[in-house]
Design a protein around this ligand. Structure first.
Ligand SMILES: Cc1cc2nc3c(=O)[nH]c(=O)nc-3n(C[C@H](O)[C@H](O)[C@H](O)COP(=O)(O)OP(=O)(O)OC[C@H]3O[C@@H](n4cnc5c(N)ncnc54)[C@H](O)[C@@H]3O)c2cc1C
Length: 478
């Protein structure tokens, strides 16, 4: 039976960082998720900001791991070939905001954040052109950055798989038994062994915890809704712009993405159960908040609404290593979890190594970023098309993605992708038309590649089929 040093449950940004960090240290690891792809939870629907760390309460795990993680990102981005926007961030406010901004600056300095500065209106105008006239002051955090959180998660998993890591998707574990020589893990169909278990399942943390015999961790959920604007609105905000925060939230921000869009959000609504619907009241809250901060906004340019859920337990992250059980749990990783994830992964790795896991040198295989024709010179593109004409065949007109790029991703991904999986990797269907133009072609390319019927290509899980037969009398006919 297959035996691993570490089984990591949960393929969000936290699980992916732990998987990659441990694999690169030569440990034999498996990443397990109940979903059909990686990055299906909060890690795909957040603001993508690598916070500087001024916002976290003093002496918390959030503050410690955020500040450390922020410093780690640029080098990791370079290694993975992923874009990172080193644009800084602003918290802005009216003439009465100076006290709160100073409090944030002092907290940041206490947390170890460098390069913080309070700017007056003239300083702000040098950075941003669309600030509302009531904005008088701003806290400029030069070290804040932006990334694509789903690209990063996918890239980390790819790097780990290239370097010896293994993955099990659609794996619904139903038994975890401690034996003399490690844990026996089973979903009723496939069994394997692992010496250590790392539980990074966010909203599913207690599903794994209960199988290991751990008491339930109380969880609460806060939903954040967003609106995404068309690329022609890029530049409305040149960096994340936050309002002055309240006790419960950093507030609704305006933010660019590394792919050239602008988004507004998130709202912060406490919900009883994990769900990601978008609501009219959410959109209206976003509009009201943004207009207090930013001028020249054209809400007619909204192309997409979406939501993500922060899973919390208390006010801080909950990170606990039960050394007797060889069981690590990382729970309540709400914001700034994306920023903190690389540092959390280092901490988990160091704890496991101190406990006795042996680091081994590996022959590192670098991950190659996906081809992006928009980043090629005319000469490079022309050479590429000469080698493979599929790179001259545009499928997604809005984002300019070719059949060659889609086939490349299908070829290098060791599991069956959904259309949503292709979207997160290549941005196909993510542009102005949201797939109206390219969906039929994308489905056809995927069906041909997987040698299956177009009806078997899913949007997300198995329940989300896209193509169906239209019967006489319409699709609802008996
Ligand atoms: C609206 C919003 C905005 C945010 N903005 C920022 C930001 O700008 N900067 C920042 O630093 N942080 C931000 N965050 C926080 C950040 O998104 C999270 O901290 C981070 O994504 C959490 O990652 P995760 O891996 O713990 O969880 P997830 O990404 O939710 O991953 C958990 C994984 O576990 C899997 N899983 C669940 N149950 C099981 C099971 N039983 N078996 C196997 N797998 C299971 C799920 O399928 C999922 O893939 C934001 C969060 C939200 C919601």
């Amino acid at each position: 039976m297959q035996k691993y040093d570490v089984a990591i449950f949960g393929a969000g940004i936290v699980g992916a960082f732990i998987f990659d960090t441990l694999t690169l240290k030569g440990l034999k690891c498996v990443l397990i998720d109940k979903g059909e792809d990686v990055c299906l939870g909060a890690s795909k629907a957040n603001s993508g900001i690598i916070h500087a760390g001024y916002d976290c309460a003093r002496d918390t795990l959030k503050a410690k791991f955020n500040v450390l993680g922020n410093k780690m990102y640029p080098e990791i981005a370079k290694r993975l070939g992923e874009p990172i926007g080193e644009c800084g961030s602003l918290v802005v406010g009216d003439k009465d905001s100076l006290l709160i901004l100073t409090e944030l600056l002092n907290r940041g300095m206490y947390n170890g954040v460098k390069n913080l500065e309070i700017l007056d209106r003239s300083g702000l105008e040098k950075l941003e052109k669309n600030l509302n006239k009531n904005i008088a002051y701003g806290l400029y955090a030069k070290d804040a950055k932006i990334i694509s959180p789903y690209h990063f998660t996918i890239a980390l998993v790819e790097e780990s798989l290239l370097n010896g890591g293994e993955i099990k998707l659609n794996y619904n574990v139903n038994s975890i038994q401690r034996q003399n020589d490690g844990y026996l893990i089973s979903d009723g169909k496939e069994n394997f062994m692992a010496n250590y278990i790392v539980n990074a399942c966010a909203e599913g943390v207690n599903e794994i915890g209960s199988l290991v015999g751990e008491p339930a961790i109380p969880l609460t959920y806060t939903k954040g809704e967003y609106v995404l604007l068309d690329k022609d609105e890029f530049g409305l905000a040149c960096r994340p712009i936050f309002p002055t925060p309240t006790k419960n939230s950093k507030g609704i921000l305006a933010c660019p993405t590394v792919n050239g869009n602008t988004f507004f959000g998130p709202t912060a609504e406490d919900i009883k159960e994990y769900e990601t619907s978008v609501t009219l009241s959410g959109i209206n809250k976003i509009k009201t908040s943004i207009l207090k901060m930013i001028d020249n906004v054209n809400f007619k340019r909204i192309i997409k609404l979406y939501a993500g859920v922060r899973v919390k337990t208390g006010d801080d992250f909950y990170i606990n290593f039960n050394e007797n059980k060889n069981y690590f749990v990382i729970a309540g990783i709400c914001s700034p979890g994306l920023s903190a994830a690389p540092a959390i992964a280092e901490y988990v790795a160091n704890s496991l190594i101190e406990k006795g896991l042996q680091v081994k040198a590996i022959k590192f295989t670098p991950r190659r970023p996906y081809t992006n024709i928009l980043k090629l010179s005319n000469q490079e593109l022309s050479n590429l098309i000469k080698k493979d004409k599929n790179y001259g065949d545009i499928v997604c007109n809005c984002e300019k993605v070719t059949k060659g790029e889609i086939l490349e991703v299908l070829n290098r991904t060791p599991f069956k992708l959904t259309t949503d999986g292709i979207k997160r990797r290549l941005r196909v269907t993510m542009g102005r038309c949201q797939g109206s133009f390219c969906y039929p072609r994308l489905i056809k390319i995927m069906a041909d590649y997987y040698n299956c019927d177009e009806k078997e290509i899913c949007f997300r899980g198995k329940e989300s089929l896209i193509v169906c037969d239209i019967k006489e009398g319409g699709i609802y006919a008996e």
